[in-house]
Design a protein around this ligand. Structure first.
Ligand SMILES: [Zn+2]
Length: 165
């Protein structure tokens, strides 16, 4: 999870919503995929951290099936990513904090271990949850502050006299 958090922090530095993901190859313990959210940069609605990490991992093993792998992500995966996790046959999903607005592993849906689907992943939630949530909270607080400052400046410019020295 520390590595996933590092990916999230790198995303924040690039003005992307900070979500990070790594994929661990269980038999060797090696990280074979890394991903950070790059939706803005790539102008791609599917450029979530999990998707990027899974693509890299599949390239690494040379196959789309990632059975012997654990996906570790800072925020609970959304429906798209949870679906991709099932499609990739990921063995285990570990995530930090829940996502009340899009969480599809526990919060809104339980896609990763729904018995009706053809694959179920083991799910572990709440790993370093507070730290994972903090990275997101700080990012949005900073954004709000930047917006408020911009509005203040705009208002200042519209108040007669404030620009004059
Ligand atoms: Zn997603």
């Amino acid at each position: 999870m520390r590595e996933a958090l590092e990916q999230a922090r790198q995303a924040a530095a690039l003005e992307e919503v900070p979500i990070g993901c790594v994929i661990v190859h269980d038999p060797t313990g090696l990280i074979i995929g890394r991903g950070a959210n790059r939706r803005e940069m790539d102008r791609d609605p599917t450029a979530h951290a999990e998707i990027i990490a899974m693509r890299e991992a599949a390239k690494h093993v040379g196959f789309w099936r990632l059975v012997d792998c654990t996906l570790v992500v800072t925020l609970e995966p959304c429906p798209m990513c949870a679906g991709a996790i099932v499609n990739a046959r990921i063995g285990k999903v570990v995530y930090g904090c829940r996502d009340p607005k899009a969480g599809a592993v526990r919060t809104l849906y339980q896609i990763c271990d729904d018995p009706r689907l053809n694959h179920r992943a083991e799910v572990v939630e709440g790993v370093l949850a507070e730290e994972c949530a903090e990275v997101l909270k700080m990012f949005f607080a900073k954004k709000r502050q930047a917006r408020a400052t911009a509005v203040d400046r705009e208002q200042e410019e519209h108040i007669p006299g404030t620009n004059e020295q």
